[in-house]
Design a protein around this ligand. Structure first.
Ligand SMILES: *[C@@H]1O[C@H](CO)[C@@H](O)[C@H](O)[C@H]1NC(C)=O
Ligand SMILES: *[C@@H]1O[C@H](CO)[C@@H](O)[C@H](O)[C@H]1NC(C)=O
Ligand SMILES: *[C@@H]1O[C@H](CO)[C@@H](O)[C@H](O)[C@H]1NC(C)=O
Ligand SMILES: *[C@@H]1O[C@H](CO)[C@@H](O)[C@H](O)[C@H]1NC(C)=O
Length: 433
């Protein structure tokens, strides 16, 4: 009937319109500049090149996780292979009793060495009988009972780095097993990889985890060897951009710089991972650890504590529990901050900055020189228009500094110290422009 035919063609048109509108909507999220309303009169034209976000959200693993960088704890940096179910449980207890869990540190991640050196006769992974006698399911139940999440570790190769069975060619069975235990997070390492490229070895575990139907955070750890920022956005929720960190100033600063290169590729759903925190492990000074934590927060790195949270000093706790710094890391805009200015010998006098929600910026003055220095962040380097007045909040002193800053901001910073701020451009100052 003519009427029906007409109706059908209306429906077809509506359907085409719907496809068109939704594709515009989708491409609006991806193609248009993320920071489109970050322009005049507050921000100058170089803003979008300083904080390039051209690859933000382009990839996206659609498991709904990692809308902000993951927070929690991992056993490796402090305990290495010396782990057991007691220490994991006591850590979960300590995360709760110290208040760190409430601040967002919810993943309790077991690293290498939880597994027996061989699979069982059915070919399944089995927890080490001596150190994890109650099994991982019981541990997951315990951790979940505290309102936390449990992470586990395997390897995209024949063996883990500590020569436990790896998961390559066992992806589906191992993912099913992890899901049946109630695991919430998988760190997937890169040892004994048989020379197969990471781009081939990491996607099968993504698919296997997806098919379990359980939401499992997928943390890719291929050490940055194949530039994962360029491809891992559709594969994992975070990807290591560098070799392992160690508890030294040299390692931490080197890794911060290597990770910085990939800033344009981070965003909700997928983060650059410059490795876990060393704060509290004793190899750096209080000021150096403060810088480590400040820069990791600003760079939207995972905040995975790597010390013994059962036995933290007051200084360690002060750093890890700084709510204002955590809020920088967990800001809903999800844009990685980056190094915007480097002066002095070997560029040791540095300004790092990044956009935050609400037209704000986070700014770090990081003195990597061997002497105290006055570091100046110019509005040009930050991408701010020159006449803009800025209210400055110091996130380590927990106070707003006296008087607005105009055209630049300077502070005297001790050697190896880092000051961290939120800059709020004044919304009244531009009426004077
Ligand atoms: C599996 O992948 C599909 C398609 O990308 C996605 O919609 C779904 O949420 C994923 N499920 C899990 C459990 O990750
Ligand atoms: C468990 O591991 C911790 C940390 O290495 C160690 O201090 C403790 O003695 C171990 N406990 C058992 C029962 O093996
Ligand atoms: C720590 O890392 C630095 C810089 O990457 C490296 O030179 C050094 O050899 C490492 N130290 C240890 C003990 O692994
Ligand atoms: C706690 O940490 C201190 C160093 O900060 C160390 O000397 C002490 O042995 C640790 N105690 C335990 C029980 O691990």
């Amino acid at each position: 009937m003519g009427f029906q035919k007409h109706n059908k063609s209306v429906l077809v048109h509506l359907f085409i319109l719907f496809i068109y509108v939704s594709s515009v909507f989708v491409s609006a999220r991806v193609v248009q500049p993320l920071l489109q309303n970050y322009g005049k009169p507050i921000f100058r034209s170089n803003f979008h090149s300083i904080y390039d976000t051209s690859n933000y959200g382009v990839f996206h693993l659609s498991n709904g996780l990692a809308l902000t960088p993951q927070m929690g704890w991992n056993s490796w940096n402090f305990f290495a292979c010396n782990i057991n179910e007691t220490v994991i449980k006591e850590t979960a207890d300590a995360l709760v009793s110290t208040g760190l869990a409430k601040l967002g540190y919810v993943y309790v991640n077991i690293d290498d060495c939880w597994s027996s050196v061989t699979r069982n006769l059915k070919g399944d992974l089995v927890p080490d009988r001596k150190t994890f006698p109650s099994g991982i399911k019981a541990l997951a139940d315990y951790v979940h009972g505290k309102g936390l999440k449990l992470g586990i570790y395997s390897d995209a190769g024949a063996f883990t780095c500590q020569v436990r069975p790896g998961s390559i060619f066992h992806e589906n069975d191992d993912a099913d097993l992890f899901a049946s235990w109630g695991v919430d997070y998988l760190k997937y390492d890169n040892c004994y990889n048989l020379g197969i490229p990471p781009k081939k070895r990491y996607p099968p575990m993504r698919d296997a985890l997806n098919e379990t139907g359980r939401k499992i955070f997928y943390s890719i750890c291929e050490w940055g060897v194949d530039d994962p920022a360029l491809w891992a956005g559709t594969v994992g929720n975070s990807w290591r951009t560098t070799d392992d960190i160690n508890d030294t100033w040299a390692s931490m600063t080197t890794i911060a710089d290597l990770n910085d290169r990939w800033a344009a590729y981070a965003g909700p759903g997928g983060w650059n991972d410059p490795d876990m925190l060393e704060v509290g492990n004793g190899g750096m000074t209080y000021q150096e650890y403060r810088g480590h934590f400040s820069i990791w927060a600003l760079a939207k790195a995972p905040l995975l504590i790597g010390c013994d949270v059962r036995n933290m000093t007051a200084e360690t706790f002060e750093i890890l529990s700084n709510k204002e710094v955590i809020a920088i890391n967990q800001d809903s805009l999800g844009v990685q901050g980056r190094k915007v200015q480097a002066a002095g010998i070997d560029g040791c006098s540095q300004v790092w900055a990044g956009p935050l929600s609400g037209n704000r910026l986070t700014v770090a003055l990081w003195n990597r020189c061997s002497k105290v220095a006055t570091i100046t962040a110019s509005w040009e380097a930050l991408g701010l228009e020159s006449g803009i007045h800025v209210s400055v909040r110091d996130l380590w002193q927990h106070k707003v500094l006296n008087g607005d800053a105009v055209s630049s901001f300077s502070a005297r910073v001790d050697s190896h110290a880092c000051e961290l701020y939120i800059f709020t451009p004044s919304t009244t100052s531009y009426s004077a422009l």
